[in-house]
Design a protein around this ligand. Structure first.
Ligand SMILES: NC(=O)c1ccc[n+]([C@@H]2O[C@H](COP(=O)([O-])OP(=O)(O)OC[C@H]3O[C@@H](n4cnc5c(N)ncnc54)[C@H](OP(=O)(O)O)[C@@H]3O)[C@@H](O)[C@H]2O)c1
Length: 263
């Protein structure tokens, strides 16, 4: 893992839940880590734990990914470190309202974080990966990407962008040894999800995945992009409408046809 995607991994949205689970599992593999979220306290605590338990180096940065300069700040924080793995994890909807019932400023912040910052960070961090001929990018997505539903208009739209964007990056970067994976999650037992359910006055679902399991699957599947749907085998359609295998086959087929036309 570290040989292919190391020595540094950057996790955006690392202070809790799936992000912290990725960081812990990567530290156990010997990765040095760049940990980003808004709250510095939990990040520093996690960094201390990882350095103590695994002897790895950690750099933390309080960056609001919903601000327009977030990707610049991520790159500044990374400095000259060789980031071989970029995990863009932060991305949940913390509002939980129908489109017209939520302030536009909330939706703009969500879209900036989930779309613009994701795109800008990929542009920044994938360039040196392509030059080195190795690396990995994981976009943590949601089953909401497969279609609009009431109460998640901006969220599902942003996740649909990430899905299609990540698929295109997968086929573009594959020849350069850079893996891209859209890790599509279902309900997961994270603090953010618990807070949202509580705020909405809804009971917490009993069928949630554990962040550690989700992170382990994502890391294990890093090289088998472009899509991995939590809870579904590659050939299963399930909630996705099209299976991961069908999406992959379509991309490969069209990319080959396009290459034929270009030749
Ligand atoms: N939990 C679920 O049931 C579920 C279901 C489907 C998909 N997912 C996906 O899984 C990923 C993780 O979800 P999650 O439930 O753990 O909630 P989340 O709010 O996306 O992620 C939590 C982490 O992201 C950080 N974060 C959130 N907004 C940020 C911002 N604007 N700038 C910087 N850091 C930010 C949080 O730290 P700070 O608060 O300190 O910033 C925390 O470390 C998301 O992409 C989400 O869409 C989750």
């Amino acid at each position: 893992m570290r040989e292919r995607y190391g020595p540094w991994a950057l996790v955006a949205g690392a202070s809790e839940g799936t992000g912290a689970a990725f960081a812990r599992q990567l530290a156990a593999e010997g990765f040095d880590l760049i940990l980003i979220a808004r709250r510095e306290g939990p990040l520093e605590e996690l960094a201390g734990e990882l350095t103590h338990d695994h002897g790895v180096a950690c750099v933390t940065g309080s960056i609001d990914l919903a601000l327009p300069d977030a990707a610049d700040r991520m790159a500044e924080l990374a400095g000259g470190r060789e980031v071989g793995l970029l995990i863009l994890n932060a991305g949940a909807d913390s509002v939980g309202a129908r489109f017209l019932d939520g302030g536009l400023e909330n939706w703009e912040a969500l879209v900036t974080r989930n779309v613009m910052t994701v795109m800008r960070a990929c542009h920044r961090f994938a360039q040196p990966m392509r030059e080195r001929g190795r690396g990995g990018i994981m976009l943590v997505g949601s089953g909401a990407c497969y279609g609009g539903l009431p109460g998640i208009a901006a969220y599902s739209g942003s996740k649909a962008f990430d899905l299609v964007f990540g698929e295109a990056l997968w086929v573009e970067l594959k020849p350069y040894g850079v893996d891209v994976l859209n890790l599509i999650l279902g309900r997961t037992d994270t603090p953010a999800h618990r807070e949202l359910m509580e705020r909405m006055g809804r009971p917490f679902p009993t069928d949630c995945a554990a962040p550690e399991d989700v992170a382990a699957m994502g890391l294990a599947r890093m090289a088998q992009g472009p899509v991995c749907n939590w809870g579904l085998a590659d050939e299963d359609v399930g909630y996705a409408g099209t299976s991961a295998a069908m999406r992959r086959a379509r991309i490969v087929q069209i990319a080959a046809a396009m290459a034929g036309q270009e030749a």
